[in-house]
Each structure stands twice: as structure tokens, then as C-alpha cells.
Design a protein around this ligand. Structure first.
Ligand SMILES: Nc1ncnc2c1ncn2[C@@H]1O[C@H](COP(=O)(O)OP(=O)(O)O)[C@@H](O)[C@H]1O
Ligand SMILES: [Mg+2]
Length: 232
């Protein structure tokens, strides 16, 4: 469903991605793993059109989307939850959802009520301001907001970062439920445990290049790759 082929990305003159290629198949959860600063976020931004690659191509469901503006990618069903979450601190949970819903052209299967069913805590705090939520609740709001309409590919940038272990477990279960509901997932993670739990396949990135790709099982068995690219 998503095919990224040989992308090179820059910030100004700094060359950050050196020919990254990856794919996500329908119904799959795929993880980009790697230490801080290796280019995971830059890869996700390239896929969303937020930092378009200088060369290389991106296809979604057979369509070349390399040059499409971000909002068109969102209408095609690609949804992105940045590591910064970017929820409105002064708006309530429900208002945050309503603002996001108003930006979606066609109503879809994922309504505010359906999101509240997946994240009951958001329903019980629907009148609470975004800024008064815990980190985990804010992450759930950011994901819930991204789901509105008809999501097909959900891109999550380090969703579990900085969250308490119990909340991480809850979030992992919720992401697995989204996968079970047929939404494909592309995840950037430094948390190997979370990545292995959620994903089918992984790409390990270092210095803007993919150094390893394989199934979760292959990564589990490959202590050398884990030691070289993942352990701190
Ligand atoms: N806005 C930016 N301007 C310039 N350099 C950046 C910017 N964002 C990230 N970088 C640099 O690009 C490299 C890759 O960053 P990033 O994709 O955020 O890595 P990761 O998500 O794997 O931690 C790092 O060296 C980082 O310092
Ligand atoms: Mg990052």
C-alpha cells in the first residue's frame, strides 16, 4: 500500500536521508527503528510531504504521491501523528476532536463516537482541556484525532516516548486494535520492546540509511544488529 523508493532528504544543505526504501503492505504494522537522530522522523515527514525528498519516489496504493501536498495525502487516508502531538491545550478534548473533524472532507467510518469507544478515557474527559491531560491521554487524543474519517495508513512517530509503563501497555493494545480493524501502521520507535510487540516487520536505520530489514522474528534472533544499531 505504501512504497518508498530510494529517497534522499535534506534540511537546507544537510543531507539527512541517503536512499531510504521501505514498504508497508495492507494490514501490516511496520516499524522504523534506530537511535536518536538517525533520520526516522525525517523519513516520516518525507512520506507526509512535510519535508519532500530531493530525489526518490513515494507511492500510495499505486499512485505516485511524491509531489502531492500534505492535505491531499491526508484525504487519501494517510494520517500522521507527530512526536510533538500538537493538540490544542486551550480546547477541550471534544473541541480538539471537532476541529479535526471539520478538516476532514468526507465523513467516514471513524466518527468522534467511534474514537471515544476505542479510547474511553477521552470520553470521560471530553470536557477537559487538552493542556490538562496526562502525556498518555494527550497521545490518545492525538491518535484519535488522526483517525477521523477514513484512515488507511496511520503513521506514528514514537507514540510511547516518555510515557509510564502501564500507559505504554495500554497504548500498545489500542494500536493493535487499530491494526486488527484493518488500518495499516508505520511506526517510528526507539523502544524495541514496543516495536516488537506491535509490528510484523522492521527496518533498522542508521545515519540516514536502512541497515537491516526483516521480520520481527528475524530481528529478535539477530543480536548483532540489535547491539550495533539499537542498544544504547
Ligand atoms: N529541522 C531540522 N533542521 C536541520 N536539521 C534537522 C532538523 N530536524 C532534524 N535534523 C537533523 O536531521 C537528523 C535526523 O533527524 P531525525 O529525522 O529527527 O532523527 P530521528 O527521528 O531518528 O531521531 C539529525 O541529525 C537532526 O539533527
Ligand atoms: Mg524522531
Amino acid at each position: 500500500m505504501l512504497e518508498v523508493k530510494d529517497i534522499h532528504a535534506y534540511y537546507g544543505l544537510s543531507h539527512i536521508l541517503f536512499g531510504v526504501s521501505l514498504s508497508v503492505k495492507q494490514g501490516e504494522a511496520v516499524c522504523l527503528l534506530g537511535r536518536n537522530g538517525v533520520g526516522k522522523t525525517t523519513t516520516l515527514k518525507s512520506i507526509m510531504g512535510l519535508n519532500p525528498p530531493k530525489s526518490g519516489r513515494v507511492w500510495f496504493k499505486g499512485q505516485d504521491i511524491t509531489a502531492l501536498p500534505t492535505r491531499r495525502r491526508v484525504s487519501l487516508g494517510i494520517r500522521y501523528v507527530p512526536d510533538t502531538r500538537r493538540i490544542f491545550a486551550d480546547l477541550t478534548v471534544r473541541e480538539n476532536m471537532e476541529v479535526a473533524a471539520s478538516g476532514i472532507k468526507q465523513a467516514g467510518e471513524w466518527t468522534i463516537d467511534k474514537v471515544f469507544d476505542l479510547f474511553p478515557v477521552l470520553k470521560s474527559f471530553s470536557d477537559r482541556r487538552g493542556g490538562h491531560l496526562s502525556g498518555g491521554e494527550q497521545q490518545m487524543l492525538a491518535i484519535g484525532r488522526a483517525l477521523l474519517g477514513t484512515p488507511q495508513l496511520l503513521i506514528l512517530d514514537e507514540p510511547t516516548e516518555g510515557l509510564a509503563p502501564l500507559i505504554v501497555e495500554e497504548l500498545e493494545e489500542q494500536i493493535l486494535m487499530l491494526k486488527a480493524a484493518g488500518i495499516s501502521i508505520l511506526l517510528a520507535e526507539q523502544n524495541l520492546k514496543s516495536a516488537l510487540k506491535i509490528s510484523n516487520r522492521c527496518y533498522v536505520v542508521e545515519k540516514g540509511q536502512v541497515r537491516f530489514q526483516g521480520s520481527v522474528e528475524e530481528l529478535r534472533q539477530n543480536a548483532e544488529v540489535r547491539a550495533k544499531y539499537l542498544l544504547v
